[in-house]
Design a protein around this ligand. Structure first.
Ligand code: AVI
Length: 318
């Protein structure tokens, strides 16, 4: 593609799947754009900031649970497994597990090559002698793991309750894909967020400093940046709503007034009060969590939670 074409606005280097999901999302009723598009560089930085917020309990709670339970995980799983982390991102919880389980190798998998390379080199520096084999891939599909670890039993690691961002049938597909990727004798450590007081949940997804609002609204900024959009961002507000029937927090972007805008030259309009659904974050009771794992082909073998029962870490076997 010619540089001049890009500067003239006649062509862009936007990801074709992003363009497809956004244009389709604005045509759908209700409007919806998949949450995976939050994570451009700015969105990833805002997510890191969310994990430090006083209202956002999941990260610090899961970290404390892992600090307390990784010794037991090591005792049950045994040493010498290859740890395979799905959606490693900034890998902040990984050192706790790696320290405890004495792995044969560490395979971080992430769709974002930049983040993967940065966090892999940090981990390799922190664990000299550990074989780190980063894999840039979409872990929603079965993945061919590096040949070096073909004969090594695997310990999958999927923290953060990222599974909660999928609707139930997709989370079952993902658990099955993980089982296929990890192979015979594999085990999985997974973090799952618990159902709790809706006020606590809504505050966690609509914090007082407005960081989650900025994270949600950055999706519109990304559309404007990458898809030549003219969305007036200030005409939208962030909403976080507990949907009790579906056991999930939903994030939406609501138009505050009638609004018209273009995306790559195509006209769109929204009436005041209409929303774009941007994320689901499912929460699970203890039995729901175990049932989901079983539906995905995994047998839960041990489970740890914090004293207030906010979050759970589950160890399961294939
Ligand atoms: C990445 N994921 C597990 C987060 C969550 O809690 O569902 C994403 C997030 N969205 C808003 N705040 C955090």
């Amino acid at each position: 593609m010619l540089k001049q074409e890009i500067e003239d606005g006649q062509a862009s280097l936007a990801d074709p799947s992003f363009r497809h999901d956004v244009l389709r999302g604005f045509e759908m009723r209700p409007r919806a754009i998949p949450a995976r598009w939050f994570y451009d560089r700015r969105g990833s930085e805002l997510f890191e900031a969310i994990t430090d917020l006083p209202e956002y309990y999941p990260t610090r709670t899961e970290t404390a649970i892992l600090q307390a339970c990784c010794g037991e995980i090591a005792a049950i799983a045994g040493a010498g497994r290859a740890v395979v982390e799905f959606g490693s991102g900034s890998s902040t919880k990984t050192p706790i597990l790696l320290q405890a389980v004495d792995p044969a190798a560490y395979v971080p998998i992430d769709i974002s090559g930049d983040f993967l390379r940065e966090s892999s080199s940090l981990l390799a520096a922190a664990f000299p002698g550990l074989t780190v084999l980063p894999l840039e891939a979409d872990f929603m599909k079965p993945i061919a793991l590096p040949l070096q670890i073909a004969a090594t039993p695997k310990l999958g690691f999927f923290p953060g309750s990222t599974i909660g961002n999928m609707v139930p049938h997709s989370s079952v597909d993902l658990l099955r894909a993980m089982k296929a990727s990890l192979g015979e004798g594999a085990m999985l450590v997974i973090g799952m967020d618990r159902i709790k007081d809706p006020a606590v949940l809504e505050a966690a997804y609509d914090d007082a400093q407005g960081v989650t609002a900025a994270f949600n609204l950055n999706l519109l900024e990304r559309i404007n940046r990458e898809l030549d959009g003219t969305i007036p961002i200030a005409t939208f507000r962030h909403r976080a709503i507990w949907n009790d029937d579906r056991s999930r927090i939903e994030m939406h972007l609501e138009a505050l007034a009638d609004v018209a805008f273009g995306i790559e030259g195509r006209p769109f309009a929204m009436a005041a009060g209409e929303t774009i659904h941007t994320e689901n974050s499912h929460k699970y009771g203890p039995r729901d969590a175990r049932m989901l794992l079983r539906a995905g082909g995994w047998t839960p073998v041990a489970e740890w939670t914090d004293p207030a029962g906010l979050f759970a870490v589950i160890l399961a076997e294939a």
